[in-house]
Design a protein around this ligand. Sequence first.
Ligand SMILES: [Fe+2]
Ligand SMILES: [Fe+2]
Ligand SMILES: [Fe+2]
Ligand SMILES: [Fe+2]
Length: 440
Amino acid sequence: MAFNPLQERGIPLDRQIRNWSELNTTPYRKQDVHPYSRCRGIVMNGIEVEAVMFSHQMNRNTLDPEVKKALATVRRVEAQQQKAINWLIPGDESTLEVTIGYEQVAVDLTAWAAQHEPDPYLRQVYEFGLLEDFDHLYRYANLYSLLQGKDAQWLVDGLTEIMPGRPTIFEHRDPADEIRRPMTSLAADPQSVLNAMTVTAAEQQTMNFYMTIGNRFTEPLARATYLEIGLIEEQHVTQYESILDPTCTWLENLLFHEYNECWLYYSFMETEPDPKVRALYELHLNMEIEHLRIACEMMRQIEKRDPEAILPKSIDRVMTFQENKAWVRQILADQVDLTAKGSQFINIAELPVDDAYYAYQARVNEGGCPTEQVIAETASAKGDEYRLETEGEHPVPGLRRPDARKGASTEYARCLFNEPGGFPHGASPTLQQPPAGGPS
Ligand SMILES: [Fe+2]
Ligand SMILES: [Fe+2]
Ligand SMILES: [Fe+2]
Ligand SMILES: [Fe+2]
């Protein structure tokens, strides 16, 4: 299966521009699309948005007019690719339906990255972030049930479960605790570089999306939920971008961007069942092969470095969307009570009571917490909160439905709400219990 984009011939750049009707791709039918086809489109849109924004940043930091011209030419194509991919989403797919797709991506893409991550610290970073997006999926699915009266089952098709992760109310941390240790690209396994670039781009697009569409609702609770989760996506972008190598030159970074695009289009071309979409991925792969060749050429000429010494010899493994239910359950059982302190992950019970985490929690949650309210309101309007637990009851007893908890709690609830068993040393932070239906 080895594939080396450096040895392939792509489409010449002057033949990459498409006309408006070629770009205006026919959207999928939301009733028929495979959930993971939806996911692949969301990922590639995020990757192309990153390609465009990275190129703009590089342009703003480049003096050489020849480099600026080359960047502008390739960037125009990246911008066209972004349209062709993102226009696959049909207009009748509601904002909440698209959102549930975004969070399904965050779960199953990050799960793949974690399971194929050779570096144990980076694997921990992914597992930590994953449990938070997993919770977002549950909050949005409840909002979907509450506002649109629909069951999110048909969107995820049972491939991803919908139940509490690390409750969003607890995810709000002091900004300094989102910074992770960076990798060194040249010393890292190439898979680590690809994983980090891909997950960063996906999280960044999720942040952008919530920034833009969170105010398109009239219901105050929907607006509040999007802004709260949008702030967590900001934390996630901070986390993931900080694992990237900050010492890369702009050209080296460009090279990795183009290589990453080749890897993902190649991966998705191999796994996409819809023939039209597969053809689009193949077309874009052939464009990216040329982008990569141009980036290699710039590196040879300007930095006098050999790009082949920097890039992997071949692509041996494709990124695949596949269900991760048993694996996610194990991560939930083992890690739901973790928090971040500096660049490390520790159990919430190990945080000293005067930690900045509690001050931040007290400030942002002091007037109530929208993602808790969504569950409470859904439970009271529908008689029960929404969950899709296809593999049995929740693996964390304290996160089962209130009537199934049998008094079990989580470390978070014990520490933050001063429940029995938390903070044996006496002092405690002063957070109030969330409304009924909240985590405990
Ligand atoms: Fe691209
Ligand atoms: Fe999320
Ligand atoms: Fe996220
Ligand atoms: Fe590209």
